[in-house]
Design a protein around this ligand. Structure first.
Ligand code: DAH
Length: 340
């Protein structure tokens, strides 16, 4: 009687396990068969009523049934796991041959790129890179450069004056003065940096831009030295031979002073819109350091002389990369910056 019951329980449980469609149904089948109030524990309650030898046989049957049910549950569960994994693999696959999204590395600002290149070039020729303050004294920015008060040259550089009598440097030339005072002759220095002018902003003017000042002081420095270093600088920046010419130019801190032009790199001479049909592009003011400037910084002009130049770094970067609006440089516009 009990044996038949166990057999029936076993068959029913196995059927339910086989037909369980998901993990929940399988769990329900397990509770029904093996749970504390399930078929098998009910059946074992009947044990007490049995004669000893029947009890042994029924016990064996009961154990076998339990084992068979547990094995079936295990198999079924493993199949569910396999199915779940298979479904997951089918729905969540990744195409490993696709290009990775990648991390876009940052890059240096075009002005910084040009600046770094020029620094490396001049360092290789024995120059020191100097830094100077952006907030300057009137003395360093003007007087020590032979631009006394009331000199008309002060008007050509519209100055941001601070209320404490200091100013925002209008050029990097004051670093010449600091270099001469600090290092003395002989001296080879460059000074890149930010300068400020109280100017109307348009496509070619900004109130803030970058210059690079250069100075070499030694014995018997001539215009030939100046031209040599300037041609080395320009052919390195433009990565080709350049043709230059000097025109007279006036700057109080040099005598003689020059405007150095390069032959237009776009048309090569005959004239085009970039060089305004002249074949030449004005690039680099320079000259031989004025004796007053040397003297004011404690250098004897009878013994030493030198050349100086002031490169418009911002303008050079614009020419090199064909940037036609200076305002883009400080715009922070990633569409612009990502190109460099
Ligand atoms: N400081 C001048 C300016 O910003 C540029 C300049 C001209 C610098 C001639 C020099 C130089 O060293 O020799 O307008």
């Amino acid at each position: 009687m009990l044996e038949q019951q166990i057999d029936g329980v076993r068959r029913r449980a196995l059927e339910r396990i086989q037909s369980a469609a998901n993990a929940d149904e399988l769990e329900a089948a397990r509770v029904e068969a093996l749970g504390r109030k399930g078929f098998l524990s009910n059946a074992s309650k009947e044990f007490g009523k049995l004669a000893p030898e029947e009890r042994a046989r029924a016990g064996k049957l009961l154990n076998e049934a339990k084992q068979a049910i547990e094995t079936a549950l295990e198999d079924r569960r493993a199949r569910f796991d396999r199915d779940t994994l298979k479904a997951k693999l089918e729905s969540e696959w990744i195409d490993l041959t696709l290009p990775a999204p990648g991390i876009r590395p940052g890059s240096l600002h075009p002005v910084t790129q040009v600046q770094t290149e020029i620094e490396e070039l001049f360092i290789s020729m024995g120059f020191t890179v100097l830094d100077g303050p952006e907030v300057e004294t009137e003395y360093h920015n003007f007087d020590a450069l032979n631009i006394p008060a009331n000199h008309p040259a002060r008007d050509t550089q519209d100055t941001f004056w601070l209320t404490n009598g200091l100013l925002l440097r209008t050029h990097t030339s004051p670093v010449q003065v600091r270099g001469m005072q600090k290092l003395g002759p002989p001296l080879r220095m460059i000074a890149p940096g930010r300068v400020f002018r109280n100017e109307e902003v348009d496509a070619s003017h900004e109130h803030t831009f970058y210059q690079l000042e250069g100075m070499m002081i030694d014995r018997d420095v001539s215009v030939a030295h100046l031209i040599y270093f300037m041609m080395t600088l320009l052919s390195s920046i433009f990565r080709r031979e350049v043709t230059v010419r000097l025109r007279p130019g006036f700057f109080p801190f040099v005598e003689p002073g020059f405007e150095l032009d390069i032959q237009c790199l776009i048309c090569g001479g005959p004239g085009c819109p970039v060089c305004k049909q002249s074949g030449w592009v004005e690039l680099l003011p320079c000259g031989l350091v004025h004796p007053n400037v040397l003297r004011m910084s404690g250098i004897d002009p009878e013994e030493w002389n030198g050349f100086a130049f002031g490169l418009g770094l911002t303008r050079l970067a614009m020419m090199r990369y064909g940037i036609d609006d200076i305002r883009l440089l400080a715009s922070g516009d990633l569409r612009f910056l990502n190109q460099f």
